[in-house]
Write a protein that binds this ligand. Structure first.
Ligand code: ZN
Length: 407
């Protein structure tokens, strides 16, 4: 397939103007700086770029849209979330998953790193058409349950081939909801099955306090859930030091990282990636947020994610870009687009996120006026944009119609 374009952001070199793109069997064959004719698609009014990579989501929570409010207490937010989530019936949950996917897709998301708490949803989420890492989410603070949880997850890793575009990962939920034994088991399991690992880390001050002096609010929550382990002793470590001591930090995809001022060296040494969730950060009214500028300057991979509609008002990735632009005045739009594309791919270990020969043909396009002369980096941030105008995953157009349930 040969496509004529107005401009193209490779995300691994300079923008290319008035060229052509050749795709074959889902891969990019060539990007030429000249136009030779005989086109299968004329996008001479479009800016093309790699599709967006939503490096952290919980698409199965989409049905909770506008059902929760921000709370001063993180434990209270979790307290409100749990019954709403467990009361959802399958049909509402699946309908919302499909509509959430549609919003992501229309706003240019081609790849996903999604936390999946219910393994029976793997075929549903795997059929949404995104290139994905589906992280099997593990929660269990009682050490005595660690082996059973580990064995159940291994059974899924052994048998599940969700779709050719999907691979599985492991997601221990957070330091306050996963026992040290379960963390250790999951680190070994990830090594055995070559799985990516992701975890919510250093999201709140309550979590940091829990690991240093003990935090009453999280302890009470665990006790209410009959999940408190009486043998637990605060390790007197920062979140990253604690995860390093359990062997889980190397190459971890760490989500949120708001309270990491003492953890920068250890993240760099362990090649930890960070995922910033702009709208979720804003929804909670966080006053301390991920030090993105510092992480980028240290060469740490920083990606972008939507998180879920339990802590955000939108899964529209263009809203996410604009919120990142607002919250990170010292990070350039070019850097934000890198976080949304090539850095997301790097974090998740996917062969996409740049447009170059041999890469996967996951790409999106924005129609621009004939008089537009750049800078091209600004186009996706323009306030009127709600959707992309061109979309391909693996070289193929989106085939799932809005609201359609996958088989
Ligand atoms: Zn999350």
């Amino acid at each position: 397939m040969k496509i004529k374009f107005r401009a193209l952001l490779t995300m691994c070199g300079d923008p290319v103007e008035n060229g052509e793109l050749i795709i074959d069997a889902g891969n990019i064959v060539e990007i030429a700086t000249t136009q030779s004719g005989n086109y299968d698609a004329d996008l001479s009014d479009c800016l093309l770029m790699p599709g967006f990579i939503n490096a952290h989501s919980h698409i199965s929570l989409t049905a909770l849209e506008k059902k929760l409010s921000p709370s001063d207490s993180f434990a209270d937010w979790i307290r409100a979330l749990i019954p709403l989530n467990s009361d959802l019936d399958d049909e509402s949950r699946i309908r919302a998953i499909c509509s959430g996917a549609e919003v992501m897709r229309r706003s240019g998301v081609t790849a996903l790193g999604d936390y999946v708490a219910e393994p029976e949803l793997l075929p549903v989420i795997g059929a949404l058409g995104f290139r994905s890492v589906l992280f099997l989410e593990a929660i269990g603070f009682l050490s005595e349950k660690a082996t059973t949880i580990r064995n159940n997850l291994e059974e899924i890793l052994k048998r599940e081939c969700v779709s050719p575009l999907c691979q599985l990962g492991l997601a221990p939920h957070a330091p306050y909801s996963v026992s040290p034994d379960l963390f250790r088991h999951l680190a070994l399991l990830a090594e055995k099955y070559h799985c990516p690992l992701s975890c919510h880390v250093a999201e709140t001050k309550e979590e940091s306090r829990f690991l240093v002096i003990g935090d009453n609010s999280l302890e009470e929550l665990l006790k209410e859930r009959s999940a408190w382990d009486s043998r637990w002793q605060a390790p007197y470590k920062t979140p990253m030091q604690y995860l390093a001591s359990l062997g889980i930090l190397h190459r971890l995809i760490a989500v949120h990282c708001n309270f990491i001022s003492d953890d920068l060296d250890i993240m760099e040494e362990n090649n930890v990636s960070a995922v910033f969730c702009p709208q979720s950060t804003e929804w909670f009214g966080r006053t301390q947020l991920m030090p993105v500028r510092t992480l980028l300057d240290r060469g740490v991979t920083v990606a972008l994610g939507t998180d879920s509609l339990a802590s955000s008002n939108s899964l529209n990735f263009l809203d996410e870009l604009r919120m990142a632009d607002k919250l990170l005045p010292d990070v350039s739009r070019k850097e934000i687009l890198a976080m949304a594309t090539c850095k997301g791919a790097e974090a998740l270990g996917l062969q996409c996120g740049t447009l170059a020969s041999g890469q996967k043909a996951d790409l999106i396009g924005f129609r621009v006026s004939p008089s537009y002369s750049g800078p091209w980096w600004d186009v996706p941030f323009e306030p009127h944009r709600r959707e992309v105008d061109f979309y391909r995953v693996d070289g193929k157009p989106d085939t799932l119609s809005p609201g359609q349930l996958p088989d």
